[in-house]
Design a protein around this ligand. Sequence first.
Ligand SMILES: Nc1ncnc2c1ncn2[C@@H]1O[C@H](COP(=O)(O)OP(=O)(O)OP(=O)(O)O)[C@@H](O)[C@H]1O
Length: 771
Amino acid sequence: MKAGSGQVAVFVRFRPTANFAHGLIECLRDGKTVNIYYIKDSRRLQNSKNGLLSPLSFQMEGVLQDVSQEEVYSRVCQQVVQGALDGYNGTVMCFGQTGAGKTYTMTGSTGLYKQRGIIPRALQEVFQEVEKRTEYSFSVHLSYLEIYNETMVDLLSSVQGSSQQFSRGMVVMEEPGRGVFIRGLSLHPVHREEDALNLLFEGEMNRIIGSHAMNRNSSRSHCIFSVHIESRSRTMSDAKYVTSKLNLVDLAGSERLGKTGSEGQILKEATYINKSLSFLEQAILALADSRREHVPFRQTKLTHALKDSLGGNCNTVFVANIYGEASQIEETISTLRFASRMKCVRTDPAVNEHVDPALQIKKLQKEVQMLKEELSICNTLMKRPTTTYEPLSEAQLAEINNQVERYIDGSLKEISITSIGQVNAVFAQFKVAVQEQKQKVMAQLCQTYNLVEKDQSAKTSTNKEWDARGSNEDVETSAQSQKQEQHTNLTKEKPMKSREKSSQNKRQGEGTPISRKQMESASKSKPNSVQIPEKQQVTQAEPDTESADTQESQQPGSEPFYPEHVFPPPKADAFEDFKLGQGSKINGILKENKGLAEEVNTIKRKIDCTVATIQQHTNIQETQGPFVEGEPDATLILQLRDLKALYRHRLEALHSIKAEVNYCQHLVDQCRVRLLSEFETWYKNTFLLPEEELETTKDKTLAQTETNQQCSEQLENNPLSDRSSEQSFYNARCRTLQRRNSRMLTCVTPVPINPSAGSEQGKVSPVLPVK
Ligand SMILES: Nc1ncnc2c1ncn2[C@@H]1O[C@H](COP(=O)(O)OP(=O)(O)OP(=O)(O)O)[C@@H](O)[C@H]1O
């Protein structure tokens, strides 16, 4: 894979197995071709390779079978990383069926340095290059995004300094010059490989893992680890700098639900995974087809977040992970087919060069200064008066005004030009003169045609008419008369501005046809109603969530009241109180959800009505010929289009709330399990065996010490070529384990951990600050 080569590279990697299907799968010696001898007919599976079938042949950039993690990295990712350091965006993405080795390829084993995957190796390379390329100053930031059941989660939100604590605020955004980014996703500056590994392992610890028949540690989400690089030249005082984004993507695996035996939550997750993967496939198909103008990126969060990373301005490499057993042959074929489509996606990588505005200003100021000096030398040599760049003095301005006046009345034939400043002043004076003339002419016209008086009398008669109406109309009347007065003044004083304004209003109206129509119909239905100020209208229209919550909800901590003689209170009553108290937030979300659903249904009903009306018109037209009165006009069709757009928009919002609710449900389930186990421990410690508490604490501390020892042993047992990198790896690993242990300890008992315990071992640095 070459940086800037303009084509997507696709590799195939086999997961090692003792039951490799030699009869069905053949890897050719060219190292690029995989042949599959299979048709969906169980009788012909046997001996299929013996010339009976022509194979399905797949050509890739490389076939990786029985190769080390190191070789995978150097063939798949190294060039992309080098490109990223030069300013090219890069993406490396693993996909394939569940259990085929995507996470192993991308992250590798977090416990063994030699088996580390693409991400830790890429981080190592980035920092080694930063050290080498001394003529540039680099800044590196990391982010780690998880997309779980269509909900975006910040895997590094537990790290101190992250502003984002909950996924609700995260949105995929797009800006010219910046490309696609996730608003609300935390970005972490890193200066050393070890800090970067720490963040990687922290994120890994926060990933959602599930278990099913095909993989005990199956990733239940798509994960995008991003390295954001910015580099500036140290040697050239240049305003230019380059940026790049390296996306390392571990997709969740596609699942045949029958094979994984998924049910419950795992089944629901699998459905989300398969759906988003099929949207990814649709996007890839559209990207690969040069005749397609529209690529459906927005169908799912995954494709939307990867919009500028799947092709286009990016060096892109895909790794198709497959499992070479006969029982998985159908999944293998479908992965290879997907891989072939990906190969057709074109890329057009270019360096992301930017200009620093502050530096650019400084540079231009310097240039201006030099030019001034040069001009002054020229003037001296040509014996011309020296040019000044200071603002003109009052005396100079008075002289210019005088010259212009004389020029206009004809007593001066020419105005001699001495500098650009003077030219500007002459023009300004001409402008003043023209405006004065204009005003004079207007005043004369008004006088001649008695315009002002007419205007005044019209106003008086209107006022009389309005005075005759009831007192209820006072507010509206005065507002209207004020408006009219303003309007008259404006037309008198600034005719151009008012015209501009009206055309502006028109333009705004064009953008929102529905709201304009609604407003019109509202004003028609209540012609004499008093105008409500805008703010008031909003509060009246939205009586819902917040205000209702504040009225209904109880103060936190205050207990619900039950009559003393009924204990325990009936569950229904208690539930109502719960909804007002602790459950008010969930209840609020439910209400919001319901409101949205009702809104969607109302819009749907309107759509149906409009469709029916149009259909009616069409039927009449068919029976009575084309020239029928009252045929559906453009407004009806426009209304239908607007309603459909609104419907889609609301439906999307509803889906995203539902996805969030599902995610919350998952968290609630996890919390419930944890709550129960913590309750058990607390109950035992408090009411049963006090000495057990001591034992538990001892056990946990022992576990932590063992972890530290394990890490240091691993470090000593490995002969090191790149010792510092390995040291960083194990240090980061130890810290992650420590953090996990200390979190478990904090859950079990509030005994503080001695922070020096780890550093006494000589290998472990203080724990990464996490919230
Ligand atoms: N090339 C390999 N060498 C050694 N072990 C491997 C290799 N590929 C995968 N494995 C092992 O296979 C198991 C499943 O791999 P992994 O979790 O990476 O699959 P996956 O494709 O990410 O699955 P899922 O989509 O369910 O998350 C792991 O125990 C992993 O260590």
